[in-house]
Design a protein around this ligand. Structure first.
Ligand code: C2O
Ligand code: CU
Ligand code: CU
Length: 484
């Protein structure tokens, strides 16, 4: 329950990573519309692909030095990457990860969104890897695993926000058996961080933790406003990961056409055209971008995720929410000539629709914030309780389809995430969706609710659901579900 875990502070402090001055670092300036481009050429993390049905990789969680916006920044990273390497898999693959902990505090690994067993050395959120130790994870993707964009990050309760914010994240792509034809595929891992003038991570204040910290610098693949080049008429596929600990991304690319293939591991039969895609923390977007005539900017426009409800609910000012500083320029698209025109937007087989299937159980979960005051006294709850790792909050039967109604009894949005089993979102604020989407993070609006259906088809075991504003998760907005 420290603003930044004491051990992280010690470790980072030793390495000169914690700012003595705090706040307002030089790095934080220039994220407004008027800021000059960081000027970096777009690049992607290193790619590691499965071969012959398997991928074996060692991921070392440790401290790393990077150039961010032209200066040396000391962050965390997997294999010194910011982000860590991209793992590319196919349905049916076996993924083995040796996680080596080079931090001064416990950590572990979660493969966010993968439909794999939560037991033993699978996607087990309860594993603790002590400093200096390592752990061998072994995941087997089912043959019918959905294609999509997934990611990995630490999940040690109480330290998740600090470790992800510090730089521990990477993407996992599960490839289509038949990939849509595009002129280029790109991966954009978006994250935010605040650095001081010496390149040290600035820890959030207690108040920022209550709201959910948002870094002043928003990066794409560790770069500030990188420049991408493409040609008019070309169609590209952009996979975008929102790895920010609390920041919602309302993405726009004005002047260029976007079609949404799906979010997370979901896929539309007929990808809709869209001019804005909202990714809550933890969400991923899989997009087709048809390049228009002029240059463009990928922007995250302000998104009101509510606040503490103390300042007239404008979402700004004290206790207010995200992106109060105006739109963020994530990347610049430079258009250089004309390419071959795009073909038709691809179609896909209709996804499973649980609305037509018998429901074996219905339950309601309520997310709330309790206690008084803005500081460490505020608690974050599911059904009035804080997370306890050895209490089982929901017991479900393997094989059942369940309907969960998730209510938000607080003045700010909470993105709800369930491990292992994806959710079909069927209703938002009482309004049925005509095109229910499959996601693993679904935003539950302030004072609102969503209804999802979940097929607990396979994989018995114990795992968690939680708010993906990671400061809230660390403070207890998490529960345990067991399928048997
Ligand atoms: Cu990405 Cu349990 O989280
Ligand atoms: Cu997850
Ligand atoms: Cu939350």
């Amino acid at each position: 329950m420290q603003p930044i875990s004491r051990r992280t502070a010690l470790q980072l402090g030793t390495l000169g990573m914690i700012s003595a001055t705090g706040g307002c670092g030089l790095f934080g300036q220039g994220q407004s519309t008027s800021s000059p481009s960081g000027g970096a050429v777009f690049r992607e993390p290193r790619v590691i692909r499965s071969e012959g049905g398997s991928l074996e990789v060692t991921l070392e969680a440790g401290v790393a030095v990077h150039e961010v916006a032209g200066r040396k920044a000391r962050t965390l990273g997997y294999n010194e990457g910011l982000p860590g390497p991209t793992l590319v898999l196919r349905p049916g693959d076996r993924l083995r990860v040796r996680l080596v902990n080079r931090l001064d505090e416990p950590t572990n690994l979660h493969v966010h969104g993968l439909h794999v067993s939560p037991k033993d050395n699978g996607d087990n959120a309860f594993v603790v890897v002590a400093p200096g130790e390592s752990f061998d994870y072994d995941y087997l993707l089912p043959e019918n695993h959905p294609a999509g964009v997934f990611w990995y990050h630490p999940h040690h309760h109480g330290m998740v926000a600090d470790q992800v914010y510090g730089g521990l994240y990477g993407a996992i792509l599960v490839e289509d058996v038949e990939a849509p034809a595009v002129s280029r595929e790109r991966l954009l891992v978006v994250s935010d961080i605040t650095l001081d003038g010496s390149g040290a991570v600035v820890p959030p204040s207690p108040m920022e933790q209550v709201i959910g910290r948002e870094g002043e610098l928003v990066m794409v693949n560790g770069l500030v406003t990188p420049r991408l080049e493409a040609r008019t008429g070309e169609r590209e596929r952009w996979r975008i990961v929102n790895a920010c600990t609390s920041r919602f991304l309302a993405l726009r690319l004005d002047g260029h056409r976007m079609h949404l293939l799906g979010k997370d591991g979901g896929r539309f039969a007929e990808p809709p055209a869209t001019d804005q895609v909202v990714l809550a923390p933890g969400n991923r977007g899989d997009l087709l971008v048809t390049v228009g005539r002029g240059d463009g900017v990928l922007r995250a426009i302000p998104y009101d995720r509510g606040g503490m409800g103390m300042m007239g609910g404008d979402g700004m000012g004290m206790g207010g929410s995200s992106s109060a500083g105006g739109p963020v320029r994530l990347a610049e698209l430079r258009v250089t000539g004309t390419g071959r025109g795009p073909g038709a937007v691809p179609r896909f087989p209709a996804p499973r629709d649980l609305r037509g299937e018998p429901v074996g159980g219905r339950r309601q979960l309520v997310m709330s914030m309790g206690g008084m005051g803005m500081g460490m006294g505020m608690s974050f709850l599911f059904d009035g309780r804080e997370f306890e790792s050895d209490r089982i909050d929901q017991r479900v039967a393997v094989g059942d389809v369940e309907e969960w109604t998730i209510l938000n009894d607080s003045p700010m949005d909470h993105p709800f995430h369930l491990h292992v089993w994806p959710m079909q979102v069927v209703e938002e604020n009482g309004r049925p969706l005509d095109r229910p989407t499959w996601q693993d993070v679904v935003n539950v609006p302030a004072r609102g609710g969503v209804r999802v259906r979940v097929a607990f088809d396979d994989f018995g075991g114990r795992t968690v659901y939680h708010c993906h504003i990671l400061d809230h998760e660390d403070r207890g907005m998490m529960g345990v579900v067991e399928a048997s």
